[in-house]
Design a protein around this ligand. Structure first.
Ligand SMILES: NC(=O)c1ccc[n+]([C@@H]2O[C@H](COP(=O)([O-])OP(=O)(O)OC[C@H]3O[C@@H](n4cnc5c(N)ncnc54)[C@H](OP(=O)(O)O)[C@@H]3O)[C@@H](O)[C@H]2O)c1
Length: 313
C-alpha cells in the first residue's frame, strides 16, 4: 500500500509483445512520454498493475511473523512495520485483548490483497511452554503457512526499581519467567519450526541498560543479559538451518513500561542523557527489526544491536 502511493510511475502491461523485460511482462514508462500510437497497443492496467508491482517490491511479502507482546508499545510498532513491509503478522499478547484485536482489525481493513487475514491476535503467556506451542500452532493454521520470523518482544520490568537487597523473590521470579524463560521458550519453538529456506529470522529484545548497568534494575538487566548470551549461542547452534538470530537492545522508549513508576525528574534525566535530547519512540526500534527480518539483514547474525539514540555507547 505504502509503496503503491509512493510510486507515481504508471505501469503498462504489454499485450502480445515480447519486450526485454518480458519475464515480468511489465514495462515502466512515464505516461507523458508515450506517443499515441504506442499507447493504443497497451492495455492500461495502471491501478491493478501498480499494485502488483508494489506488492512484489515488499521485502517481507509472503512471510509470516510472530511478534510476542505485539499489542502495545514497541511490539505494536514492530507489528505495524513488518506488515507495511508485506508480512502477515500474529500479534501476541498476555491479557489485554482489546488493543491486540483493534490492531489486527485495523491492519486487515487497510489491506486490499488476496492474502487474508493480514494479522491475527493470539493470546498466549510466553512463560508457559504449552501456550507458546499453541501460539506457533495457531499462527501456522491461521495463515496456512510455515512461520518465517519470530520477534520476541514481550517483557516486563519491576516498576518499584528496587535495589538488589530489596528485591522480592517473587518479583525476581516473575521477571525471569516472562523475560528470560519466555524468550527461551519462544526461541526454542522457533529454532524447531521456522522455515529453513533462508528466510528464517529470530529477533530477541534486550535493553541498553545491560550496557549502562543503572542501580535499581538488577533483576530486569540480569534477565535481559541472559537473553543476549542465549541469542548469540542460538545463532551458532542454528548453523545449517539458514535461520539467523539477533538481539535488539533499545534504550529508553516512551511506552507504558518505561513511564511506570518514574517521576518527571527521572524521566527528564533520561532525556538529558540522550545526545539527541529526547526519548526513543517505538518506531525508532521497529526499523532495525524490519531490516534484520529482511533478506538484506542476512549477514547480520549473532549480534546484539543497541538502538538508543546514543544514550549508551
Ligand atoms: N520501553 C523501553 O524503554 C524499553 C527499553 C528497552 C527494552 N525494552 C523491552 O522492549 C519490550 C517491549 O517493551 P514495551 O516498553 O513496549 O512494553 P509495554 O508497552 O509494557 O508492552 C508489553 C507487551 O508485552 C506483553 N506481555 C507482557 N507479559 C506477557 C506475557 N507473559 N506473555 C505474552 N505477552 C506479554 C503485553 O501484553 P498485555 O497488554 O496483554 O499485557 C504487551 O503487549 C520488552 O521486552 C522490554 O523489556 C523496553
Amino acid at each position: 500500500m505504502h509503496f503503491a502511493i509512493k510510486i507515481r510511475t504508471y505501469f503498462f502491461l504489454v499485450r502480445g509483445l515480447t519486450l526485454p523485460y518480458a519475464y515480468t511482462n511489465i514495462v515502466a514508462i512515464h505516461p507523458f512520454s508515450i506517443p499515441q500510437h504506442i499507447s493504443s497497443s497497451f492495455t492500461i492496467l495502471a491501478a491493478e498493475t501498480s499494485m502488483e508491482v508494489s506488492q512484489s517490491l515488499l521485502p517481507l511479502k509472503d512471510r509470516v511473523a510472530i511478534v510476542t507482546g505485539g499489542s502495545r508499545g514497541i511490539g505494536h510498532a514492530i507489528v505495524n512495520h513488518l506488515q507495511s513491509l508485506g508480512a502477515r503478522v500474529a500479534i501476541n499478547y498476555a491479557s489485554n485483548s482489546t488493543q491486540a484485536d483493534l490492531l489486527a482489525s485495523e491492519l486487515n481493513a487497510s489491506c486490499t490483497t488476496d492474502h487474508h487475514p493480514q494479522a491475527v491476535a493470539i493470546k498466549a503467556d510466553v512463560s508457559d511452554p504449552e501456550q507458546v506451542k499453541l501460539l506457533f500452532d495457531k499462527t501456522e493454521q491461521e495463515f496456512g503457512s510455515k512461520i518465517h520470523i519470530l520477534v520476541n518482544c514481550a517483557g516486563i520490568m519491576d516498576q518499584k526499581y528496587p535495589t538488589l537487597a530489596n528485591t522480592a523473590v517473587e518479583d525476581w521470579d516473575m521477571t525471569f519467567n516472562i523475560n528470560t524463560k519466555g524468550s527461551f521458550l519462544c526461541c526454542r519453538e522457533a529454532a524447531r519450526r521456522l522455515t529453513r529456506d533462508g528466510r528464517g529470522r529470530i529477533i530477541t529484545i534486550s535493553t541498553s541498560l545491560v550496557g549502562s548497568l543503572l542501580p535499581g534494575y538488577a533483576a530486569y538487566v540480569a534477565s535481559k543479559a541472559a537473553i543476549e548470551s542465549m541469542t548469540k549461542i542460538l545463532a551458532k547452534e542454528l548453523k545449517g538451518t539458514k535461520i539467523t538470530a539477533n538481539c535488539v537492545a533499545p534504550g529508553p522508549v516512551a511506552t507504558e513500561l518505561f513511564f511506570a513508576g518514574k517521576t518527571e525528574e527521572t524521566i527528564q534525566r533520561f532525556v538529558d542523557g540522550c545526545p539527541l535530547g529526547r526519548l526513543g519512540e517505538p518506531k525508532d526500534i521497529a526499523g532495525i527489526v524490519g531490516f534484520l527480518a529482511s533478506d538484506a539483514g542476512e549477514w547480520t547474525n549473532g549480534q546484539v544491536i543497541r538502538v538508543n539514540g546514543g544514550v549508551v555507547v
